[in-house]
Design a protein. Structure first.
Length: 105
């Protein structure tokens, strides 16, 4: 009878162990999020009249009050107050970074 109790106990233990393994949540898998390319910021377009443009600091202010930091190659050398412009820009935090300024005179 002792061998029957031992065998029954071992069989019952094996069943509980197998059941626990099946009830365990699936192992976590890692994703390749770090290798994904970040989304490009949305490009905006604005039109207006130049109030000021400082070529040394690359700061553009329109008559409307909108302020932009202009990419070093994004503005024409001849940009001056009174020019009608179209500005293609992206938002970088609180700053507006102009990628291209086109004179529309």
């Amino acid at each position: 009878m002792k061998p029957l109790i031992v065998a029954s106990t071992l069989a019952l233990s094996a069943m509980f162990a197998a059941g626990a393994a099946m009830a365990a949540p699936p192992a976590k898998t890692t994703t390749a999020a770090s290798t994904a390319t970040p989304a490009k910021p949305k490009e905006h377009t604005a039109s207006g009249v130049v109030k000021t443009y400082d070529a040394s600091t690359h700061k553009l202010v329109l008559v409307s009050g909108q302020k932009y930091s202009v990419d070093a190659t994004g503005a024409p050398d001849s940009l001056k107050a009174g020019d009608k412009v179209e500005v293609k820009w992206i938002s970088k935090g609180k700053m507006r970074e102009a990628e291209m300024v086109t004179v529309k005179n």
